[in-house]
Structure formats: C-alpha cells, structure tokens
Design a protein around this ligand. Structure first.
Ligand code: NDP
Length: 320
C-alpha cells in the first residue's frame, strides 16, 4: 500500500494521510519536521509562540525538512496579524486555522497561494469553512484534547455528518491515536486523520518530560471537558482541574473562572512540568498509549496497523 493516493495526500503532497495536530507547547520545528520527514504532515503550533519565536521555528523547520509542513494558527491568538505576516514572508505553504471564524483570514492567505484548512466541531461550522474558501476541514470530535466544541458531538457521529455536509476533503480528529482508529475514521468517509495526543507522547515533542510520562500513564476516565463557560477544553484531572470543578459546581461566574485560570497555566503544566497546578490538555485517547515513541515510529505503526486492520476486516467479511 506504499503508493496510497487520495485528494488529501495530493492536496498536501504527502505520502500518508496522517497529520500531526498543532498543539501549544508541544509542536515546534523538531516535531513538525520529524513527522514530515516520515511521510506525514507536521504542523508547527503557533498559539504558544511569540512572533520572533514563531519565525525561528518556521526557519528551522525549512532547514530540517524538504517535505511539506504546515502551521496551526489559533484565531484567538493576540498577535495574529504579526503571525499572518510572518507566514506570508516565510513562504509557508499550508495553514491550519482553528478556534475562530474562517472568513477572517482565509481569503488573504489564499491570495498568497496558501492552502488553508480550518478545524471545526460541527457540520454548520464545516459549511462555513467551505463557503470561506477553505481547501479542507478537520472535523474534531468530543474525545479531543485542548480546545473543543460546546456541543459534545463525538467523532463517530461528527465525521459522517461533516462528510455529508461538505464537498471538500474531511480530516478526522478527536480520539484517534492508532491505525485501527484511523481505518475506522476513513471508513466513515474521512480522507485522512489528525492526531494530537499521540504526538505529545513523542520523543521530538517539546512538551515537558513529566507531561509525556503523565500521558502514557493515563487511564480511561482521567480527562474531562471543562471550562465550558470560557473556552471548552479537555483537561487531565489534577489539582487545578479539581479547583475548576469545585468552582463550576458552586456556580462560579465566567469572571471567577477566568481569574482561577489566570495566565499561562497551560505553559506551567505542559511546558514547565507542574503536574498539579498546571493546565494539562490531552485527549481521551491518551489512555491507550504505553510508550513515548519517535515520530517516525508513530507514523509507521499507524499506517501499518491501518493497512493490517483493513486486511483483517476484509478477511472477516469474506470468510466462508
Ligand atoms: P494565556 O493567556 O493563559 O497565556 C498566554 C501564553 O501564551 C503565555 O504562556 C505566553 O507565553 C504565550 N504567548 C505566546 N505569544 C504571546 C503573545 N503574543 N502575547 C501573549 N502571550 C503569548 O493563554 P493560553 O496559554 O491558554 O493560550 C495561548 C494561545 O494558545 C491562545 O492563542 C489559544 O487560543 C491557544 N490555544 C490553542 C489550543 C488548541 O487546541 N489549538 C488549546 C489552548 C490554547 P509567556 O508565558 O512566555 O509570556
């Protein structure tokens, strides 16, 4: 199955339809270039980078790979104009936008010949992204880590709904970290998958080692979607999460929750390694991982397992 080709691999110019999610504090140039060199699409997560840091990561990535790579731009980012300028100046060819209105930046990026993909959590937002001129969408279900939709639509329901709603290619995300999960998503009509949590527990991720260890120790039920009044985010249940829970249970206002969250909590947890007071964003699928692996091994294992899963299920259906 080495010569796999579909609309998505052709759109990005990649070998396998496996995309590494842009994740704050985890996905710098080392991870992105390692994924791209292994035949997937690596993404630099711009959300936690000041503009000069962002430019440095793009330049390092260009030096580390001659394969296509992308950047993820959360549209909530405070200095977004500067990031867009850097993307254009540095000649980045693929941009994944998230957490905002796709109409705002898509036209400008496309005028510069950039392929634009937007992350959505519903069919309604997928249609908006298509109308805005996006080339593909990432449909991310409830199981996902980090920022999440308010409606709690699971990946199993979201993917067929989005596939039906739009004509552009759909990339499945949320709860996908193995080849068999990838196969399931593709059976539902996705043309590729985006994996985040799997690439946090990865040698090349810039996440703090304590966070990587925490991810591979996770059990079912160890994460929960929280802070729905602010920006919904799936968190590991640590001391900070317990404080959020208590505040939400007693009916804390949005302002009180924002004060409790404070500033740079995500950095404190995922980058600086405070496993109790930091904000630890990860998906449910973390409960399935036992190892911190190199990016190339993750890509290879995922693709092999996906192809093997296809053979096994075909055998089951055709067995007499
Ligand atoms: P906070 O407001 O709590 O803190 C801002 C953090 O971002 C700080 O740690 C700061 O680093 C860093 N930062 C980078 N560039 C800037 C800048 N230009 N101005 C201010 N701070 C900057 O935000 P969060 O940490 O919760 O989120 C940061 C960004 O990441 C947001 O844009 C958000 O939308 C995005 N995000 C995306 C997620 C996703 O799923 N894609 C998930 C969560 C967040 P320092 O401490 O060194 O000053």
């Amino acid at each position: 199955m080495n010569s796999f080709s579909n609309r998505l691999t052709r759109l990005f110019g990649i070998r396998y339809p496996i995309i590494q999610a842009g994740m704050i504090w985890a996905s710098g140039w080392r991870l992105a270039s390692a994924v791209s060199n292994a035949g997937g699409l690596g993404i630099i997560g711009a959300g936690s980078m000041y503009p000069d840091v962002f430019r440095y990561h793009i330049q390092q990535c260009k030096a580390a790979t001659d394969k296509p790579f992308a950047v993820n731009l959360p549209l909530l980012y405070p200095d977004i104009e500067k990031h867009v300028q850097i993307i254009i100046e540095e000649g980045v060819k693929i941009v994944f936008t998230s957490a905002g209105n796709p109409k705002t930046w898509t036209a400008l990026l496309k005028q510069h010949g950039i392929t634009v993909v937007h992350v959505v959590s519903s069919s309604k937002f997928a249609r908006k992204a298509e109308e805005a001129g996006c080339d593909a969408v990432v449909a991310e279900g409830f199981e996902a880590g980090g920022h999440n939709g308010r409606e709690e639509t699971t990946t199993l329901v979201l993917i067929p709904a989005v596939v039906q709603a739009v004509k552009i290619p759909v990339i499945a995300a949320g709860g996908i970290g193995t080849g068999k999960q990838m196969l399931a998503a593709m059976v539902l009509g996705a043309e590729g998958v985006q994996m985040g949590s799997r690439f946090v527990a990865c040698v090349e991720a810039s996440s703090h080692p304590a966070f990587k260890e925490k991810v591979i120790a996770l059990q079912e039920g160890d994460t929960q979607l929280s802070l729905k009044q602010l920006t919904p985010v799936r968190l590991i249940k640590n001391a900070f999460y317990q404080k959020v829970q208590e505040a939400e249970m007693r009916g804390a206002t949005k302002e009180e929750l924002a004060e409790l969250l404070g500033r740079a909590r995500a950095k404190k947890g995922m980058f600086e390694g405070d496993m109790e007071e930091g904000e630890l964003e990860i998906g449910q699928v973390g409960a399935l991982f036992d190892d911190i692996l190199p990016a190339a091994t993750i890509i290879e294992n995922t693709w092999k397992e996906c192809c093997l899963g296809l053979e096994q299920i075909s055998d089951t259906f055709t067995a007499k």
